[in-house]
Design a protein around this ligand. Structure first.
Ligand code: DAH
Length: 331
């Protein structure tokens, strides 16, 4: 075999090779197991041709190695250039989730009452008539006891119609004093429209201690309303009726849109109805084993959706349940 010719041939081919793949192909061709050189090396019988063939192998290997590392450098440079990124370019915005408006308002209310030393209690969405009605002093003929108004799961088991049963459960479980709120879902057999939903959220409040009066209720609701609707808010009370409070009171808050001057949000009255409240009826205290001669309490129940609708002028309660991002993103 012609050592010199092979060497020249290889050198020329190497020079023309433009990529690492081509070099690898050439390496197989000139130095691989079935290359002319390897076959010749295997056949070597005399010392002289052994020396010259081995010298050729070494010089080819060195040449390949040199060319390979040179090309590797070039390819690396290309890659670095191609993949170069400008870290000072503004990034791509990805959409980030956030809490639903109702959750935000629930947490706000929770924070306000935590600040007043109240505990937060999770009630049960599935309740018995004992807690949903009996303990709350609701007579046997009360309309919400009928399956036409409420969603029953079994004879005396229903989806709670209000968060008030939490009051009974907490008072049964502990001695006074009690300062608690209990937010959560409630269920009613209502047809959805702009202001009704068969599922909505309430927050229940209860304070039982020695000497609790209507003034404490008013001060507490005023604090809550100012935190939710602004420092200038005022609260007024109108009498009403609930079976579990005596007297029963409907609190109004002065309109946050017009400061009480009158506008469409407050139906031109300057005041907005905020829910129900009152002084806990002695029958309720007796039901849970408290002594009405010793302690008294106030209670209230507010709708979280109502707070959201009013504060953000949302025209339809159903928007809060549809999970349309175009809506939810605004809050
Ligand atoms: N449970 C009443 C409702 O759903 C709201 C309510 C009124 C709760 C007066 C109270 C209360 O705790 O004292 O309409």
């Amino acid at each position: 075999m012609d050592v010199e010719k092979l060497e020249q041939e290889a050198a020329k081919a190497l020079e023309q090779a433009g990529s690492l793949e081509e070099i690898e192909e050439l390496r197989v061709r000139f130095l691989g197991r079935s290359s002319e050189l390897k076959l010749a090396l295997r056949e070597v019988r005399d010392r002289e041709s052994g020396i010259s063939l081995n010298a050729l192998r070494q010089s080819l290997e060195a040449a390949f190695e040199q060319r390979r590392s040179a090309l590797e450098q070039v390819e690396l440079q290309h890659k670095l250039m191609a993949e170069r990124i400008d870290v000072t370019l503004p990034g791509e915005r990805f959409s980030e989730g956030h809490l639903h408006l109702i959750t935000q308002i629930r947490r706000e209310v929770e924070d306000i009452f935590l600040g007043l030393g109240y505990m937060i209690v999770d009630g049960r969405e599935v309740e018995t008539t004992r807690y949903n009605f009996d303990g709350l002093n609701m007579p046997p003929w009360h309309p919400t006891r009928s399956p036409g108004h409420s969603l029953f799961l079994a004879d005396q088991v229903l989806l709670r119609t209000e968060t008030s049963p939490s009051q009974i459960r907490v008072m049964e479980a502990q001695k006074p004093p009690v300062y608690m709120i209990s937010p959560g879902r409630v269920y009613r057999r209502d047809t959805p429209d702009a202001t009704h939903s068969p599922v909505f959220h309430q927050v229940e409040g209860l304070a039982v201690d020695r000497g609790i009066s209507l003034a404490d209720l008013k001060g507490t609701l005023l604090h809550l309303m100012r935190a939710l609707f602004g420092e200038k808010r005022e609260v007024r009370f109108r009498t009403h009726f609930f079976p579990f409070t005596e007297p029963s009171i409907e609190p109004d808050v002065s309109c946050h849109m017009c400061d009480g001057a009158g506008c469409p949000v407050c139906k031109h009255s300057g005041w907005i109805e905020m829910g129900g409240s009152g002084i806990v009826d002695p029958n309720v205290l007796e039901f849970v084993g408290y002594d009405p001669e010793e302690v008294s309490g106030f209670a209230f129940g507010l709708g979280l959706e109502r707070i959201a609708l009013l504060r953000h002028r949302v025209p339809d309660i159903r928007l809060l349940w549809e999970n349309d991002l175009r809506f939810s993103r605004q809050f």
